[in-house]
Design a protein around this ligand. Structure first.
Ligand code: C5P
Length: 317
């Protein structure tokens, strides 16, 4: 019996990111329109039913592979909630830059939970996975509702929002990380009042379907103004994307990745190559929303949910 699954973990961009009031728990309420991009990490999960312990191998030597890694923590929480004690071998291939505003670590954690949900035949809903995931990181719940959703609260209130039409996204990263917590502190200390939500956002809140034509003029990110004084390169990258034909360009999350929206693959690939060659920036191009978490091979660990003997996995307690 096969006991392995492969899950792709897409990057996200924030087409809209409004940071609202600071809460008593130190987090900020936000309103965001998030969208996956077809630039993916790859995660492979293999069960070792006869042993215990979670092992992670990652091709990026910068990332820790112990309990500090969100993948290891997500796997631990899933096994604990399921009451299971099995060993796991996991391999992670990184393509999404780290601490880049692209949700890479959150997507990896969501992919872990998504993969284990299939592999262990748990049958947990996206809502349940999101509830568990939010404890590990504010961006994680979104990925269970990908490819596009509006996100509110701390990040845990996720509502699917279908975006009609096709677009390509070019990602540009200057090669340094920005720590999310630092960016939020910077933003909070740089402003005295929180501007209200735009009429376009108010419209989006009450719909389940929208189009790129409606989104493009509504794109904004509160971190742009907050980070402009300390990171002038972000605007240089934005202008470079626009000069290469992007319909709109914007900072993603708390940076430092800036993304451009393109009508088609040819324009996106050309801009990706030109910007990399001219500036030496890390660049990537992917289709908007092309890849929600996808399980490539799901061989259930249990013999089958309908069979009477499903107790193949040892249970704790
Ligand atoms: O949830 P996550 O670990 O990704 O958040 C990292 C940091 O970003 C938090 O410690 C907090 O400082 C800030 N944050 C925030 N409001 C949010 C999400 C994150 O202030 N909604």
């Amino acid at each position: 019996m096969m006991n392995e699954v492969r899950v792709s973990a897409p990057a996200k961009v924030n087409l809209i990111l409004r940071v609202l009031d600071r809460r008593s728990d130190g987090y900020h309420n936000l309103w965001s329109l998030m969208h996956t991009v077809g630039v993916e990490d790859d995660l492979q999960i293999r069960l070792r039913p006869d042993s215990a312990g979670i092992r992670l191998h990652c091709d990026d030597p910068v990332l820790p592979t112990d309990g500090r890694n969100l993948v290891v923590r997500a796997a631990g929480v899933m096994l604990e909630r399921a009451g299971l004690s099995v060993g796991l071998d996991m391999r992670l291939v990184k393509r999404i830059p780290v601490s880049a505003g692209l949700g890479g670590g959150s997507s990896d954690a969501a992919a872990t939970m998504f993969g284990l949900n299939k592999l262990l035949a748990l049958g947990w809903s996206p809502v349940r996975l999101g509830e568990i995931g939010q404890v590990l990181g504010s961006d994680i719940p979104f990925f269970f509702f990908a490819p596009s959703a509006q996100v509110a609260g701390r990040g845990e209130q996720v509502t699917r929002l279908q975006v009609k039409g096709e677009r390509w996204v070019v990602l540009v990263n200057p090669g340094f990380p920005i720590e999310t917590r630092w960016a939020y502190d910077r933003l909070a200390s740089a402003r005295h009042l929180v501007p209200g939500l735009s009429p376009a956002i108010a419209d989006l809140m009450h719909t389940t379907q929208t189009s790129w034509e409606d989104i493009l003029p509504a794109m904004e990110n509160d971190f742009e103004a907050a980070l402009a004084p300390s990171h002038p390169i972000l605007d240089v990258m934005k202008q470079a994307l626009l000069a290469e034909g992007a319909e709109r360009a914007l900072l993603s999350g708390s940076g430092a990745t800036v993304f451009g929206i393109f009508r088609d693959e040819i324009g996106a690939v050309r801009a990706r190559d030109v910007l990399k060659r001219a500036h030496g920036w890390w660049t990537a191009a992917g289709q908007a929303g092309a890849s929600p978490l996808a399980c490539h091979e799901a061989f259930a660990f249990h013999a089958g949910r309908n069979e009477s003997s499903t107790a193949a996995a040892p249970r704790i307690g």
